[in-house]
Design a binder for this molecule. Structure first.
Ligand code: ZN
Length: 240
C-alpha cells in the first residue's frame, strides 16, 4: 500500500481505497486484513488533518472532497472489521460493523457524493447481511425531544437553514438531540428500521435465553416466554 497524493484532487485516494476493498474477501489472510485496517485508520487520520487545512483556508470544495474520502475509507474499514470479527466468531460485533459500513455508504449517497461508487458498495453490504445473518428483530425508540440543534451552527433546527445529511465545509450536518425523554419502545416486525443496531439481543423460549444472531442458548431464566432484551437503545451519530 503506497502513499497518497491529494494535491490536486481525490482521484488517487479513491483508487487507493478501491484497491484496499480487494482485501475484504473472507478468504484473505487475517494478518493482511489487520494491516489494511491499520492503514485505513492512518489514512483517515491524515485526511482529517488535511481537511482542517482546507477549512482554515475556507476552501469548502476541497474540505468536502476530504469528507467524501473519509466516509469511503470508513465504509472499507468497517467492512474489513466485519470480516475479521466473523473469523473470530464475534457475531454481534461483526453485525454492528456491517451496519456501520452500510450507514456510511448511505451517508455518502445522501450527501450527494458520487452515487455509483457508494451504491455498489451498499448493495454488496446488504447482500452480505442477507447471506450471513438471520433477519433481526429490530426495535424503534420514540423520544420526546425538548431541544434539537444543528451540528453545524448550533442553533435550534427551527432557526437554521442547514439541511441534515448535507456537507458543509467538510462536515456532515446532523440533528443533535440534547434533551430527550423516552416516550416508547416498539418492535418492528416488518420493514427496515432507521437504525438496525437497535435490535433485540436475545429472546426467551421455554425458560431459556436464546441469542438472536447465533441462536445459541445463553442460559436459563425465570422470565416469561417472549421476553426480549434490547440492544443499543440510543446510538449516537457516526462522526467522520
Ligand atoms: Zn445550522
Amino acid at each position: 500500500m503506497h502513499s497518497l497524493d491529494m494535491t490536486n484532487n481525490s482521484d488517487q485516494a479513491f483508487q487507493l481505497i478501491e484497491s484496499i476493498f480487494e482485501y475484504s474477501y473472507f478468504s484473505i489472510d487475517s494478518g493482511i486484513q489487520k494491516e489494511a485496517i491499520g492503514y485505513l485508520g492512518g489514512l483517515i487520520k491524515s485526511i482529517r488533518e488535511l481537511r482542517n487545512e482546507f477549512i482554515n483556508e475556507n476552501n469548502e470544495i476541497r474540505a468536502n472532497e476530504c469528507l467524501d474520502v473519509i466516509i469511503y475509507a470508513y465504509v472499507c474499514k468497517r467492512k474489513l472489521e466485519c470480516i475479521l470479527s466473523l473469523k473470530k466468531s464475534n457475531m454481534h460485533k461483526a453485525y454492528d460493523y456491517l451496519i456501520d459500513a452500510q450507514r456510511s455508504a448511505e451517508k455518502g449517497i445522501e450527501a450527494g457524493f458520487q452515487e455509483d461508487r457508494y451504491r455498489e458498495k451498499l448493495n454488496d453490504l446488504v447482500k452480505m447481511e442477507n447471506l450471513l445473518f438471520p433477519r433481526q428483530l429490530w426495535c424503534s425508540v420514540g423520544m420526546i425531544n425538548n431541544e434539537i440543534t444543528c451540528s453545524i451552527c448550533g442553533l435550534s433546527v427551527f432557526d437554521c437553514l442547514h439541511i441534515s445529511g448535507q456537507p458543509y465545509m467538510g462536515k456532515l450536518c446532523y440533528m443533535k438531540y440534547n434533551d430527550v425523554e423516552l416516550e416508547h419502545i416498539a418492535v418492528i416486525p416488518f420493514g427496515v428500521p432507521e437504525n438496525k443496531k437497535c435490535r433485540t439481543k436475545y429472546f426467551v423460549e421455554g425458560g431459556y435465553k436464546i441469542d438472536c444472531i447465533t441462536k445459541s442458548v445463553l442460559g436459563k431464566t425465570k422470565d416469561k416466554d417472549g421476553t426480549v432484551k434490547m440492544l443499543a437503545m440510543v446510538t449516537s451519530e457516526l462522526e467522520y
